[in-house]
Design a protein around this ligand. Structure first.
Ligand code: ASP
Ligand code: MG
Length: 422
């Protein structure tokens, strides 16, 4: 049999009892004849707790030291898991990201994997051991410093190692039974999606669905690595993320799901002179600050004033940096003022069938209107429609859209086994 890569998220290894439970699953996979490589996240909310601690001792800790601190979380769980497996009579060896050969660029806090050289992992497997790897971390090729891959980055470690080891599958174990048509924490009647394309999964991850790290799906798609998302608390069949799901004509899944994102903020640059190059100047300073912009809306300029407003959304975490960068640009661009709104969120409808079915947008907007929710901004891709709404109305909008596209299941099949749904 081949190599199986399994990744266990923080809620699956939240305490000693959970670690012992997970150890049993891993040993079962090994006994079934597989070579097993396991990637672990930090226990429970450890990463958040370490972050809090850092900010208690310094308002602006450096990226280098933050990464050094945060990677400790995964080192705790990897060593404990190796011990628990050892206790079951199977040999397991733990490795840091650096020891596992995860080589990254040097951007602290959101490093990109540029190479994986898993020699030590292969050696451990050859000797019959189970390899346990700390997720979410690597080592910079240039500075040799320890880096992290961004929140939720253990998924990406798992797929990167699976690809480098030419594993048959990358199994991602979490606290729900796969990918659902909406977050079961908001819509209890959400349905499990048995198979999903990389393309749709990418859109879902980008739209804020917490189930998989965006980079992980990009990586899997590039390397055609099948991802199997499952619960570590049950033996249900989960969701397969693959290139081309099998057609199921009876089901006609035009829409695959509704995703939401609470971690957005909106900035409006008011009174921008309607001249060539102004938008470029604004977005250049944001790019220089390494900020990813999501939606952008530019109003038609009022004929009398020749001034226009530009609004855009961005990650809440980058809000302060963006405002500071834009404030420095005031004289150069000559805008009137900057407005900042962190009380917004995004609701997205995703489905490959959107391409060939008219009327989806109208039905989506109507459902949101019927729920009494006002739409502040709109953006679309070929297979996604997203709207920005007031943060307090996200849940209502998600539930309304989910019902409008007949995604509700008759019985409640979505079980949330643990975690906080961070
Ligand atoms: N422990 C890290 C986080 O909480 C990485 C991960 O869980 O994938 O973001
Ligand atoms: Mg985590």
């Amino acid at each position: 049999m081949g190599i199986v890569v399994q990744k266990y998220g923080g809620s699956s290894v939240a305490d000693a009892q959970s670690i012992k439970r997970v150890a049993q699953r891993i040993v079962a996979a090994r006994k079934a004849g597989n070579d097993v490589v396991v990637i672990v996240s930090a226990m429970g909310d450890t990463t958040d707790e370490l972050l809090d601690l850092a900010h208690q001792v310094s308002p602006l800790p450096t990226g280098r030291e933050l990464d050094m601190l945060l990677t400790a979380g995964e080192r705790i769980s990897m060593a404990l898991l190796a011990m628990a497996i050892g206790n079951l009579g199977q040999e397991a060896r733990s490795f840091t990201g650096s020891q596992a050969g995860v080589i990254t660029d040097s951007t602290h806090g959101k490093a990109k994997i540029i190479d994986v050289t898993p020699g030590r992992i292969e050696h451990a497997l050859e000797e019959g051991a189970i390899a346990i790897v700390a997720g979410f971390q690597g080592v910079s090729q240039t500075s040799k410093d320890i880096t992290t891959l961004g929140r939720g980055g253990s998924d990406t470690t798992a797929v990167a190692l699976a690809a480098a080891l030419e594993a048959d599958v990358c199994e991602i174990y979490t606290d729900v039974d796969g990918i659902f048509t909406a977050d079961p924490r908001i819509v209890p009647t959400a349905r499990r999606i048995p198979e999903l394309s990389y393309e749709e999964t990418l859109e879902m991850a980008a739209a804020g669905a917490k189930i998989l790290h965006l980079r992980c799906v990009e990586y899997a798609r590039r390397h055609s690595m099948p991802i199997h998302v499952r619960s570590s608390f049950s033996t249900k069949s989960g969701t397969w993320v693959v290139e081309a799901p099998e057609e199921k004509p009876m089901e006609q899944a035009i829409i695959s799901g509704v995703a939401h994102d609470r971690s957005e903020a909106k900035i409006t640059v008011v009174g921008v002179p309607d001249k060539v190059g102004e938008a470029a100047a604004i977005f250049e300073v944001l790019a220089d600050s390494q900020i990813n912009i999501d939606m952008i809306v530019q109003n038609v300029s009022a004929a009398a004033t020749a001034l226009t407003d530009i609004s855009f959304t961005l990650p809440l975490a980058d809000g302060q940096t963006a405002m500071t960068a834009l404030a420095r640009l005031k004289d150069q661009v000559g805008y009137d003022q900057l407005l900042y709104d962190d009380g917004v969120g995004k609701v997205s409808l995703i489905g490959a069938g959107m391409r060939s079915h008219p009327g989806i947008t109208a039905r989506f907007f109507k459902s949101i209107a019927d729920a009494g929710v006002n739409i502040e901004m709109i953006s679309t891709s070929e297979i996604r429609i997203s709207v920005v709404v007031n943060e307090d109305q996200i849940d209502d909008a998600v539930a309304a859209a989910h019902a409008a596209f007949d995604l509700d299941s008759d019985e409640v099949e979505a079980v949330v086994y643990g975690g906080t749904g961070r």
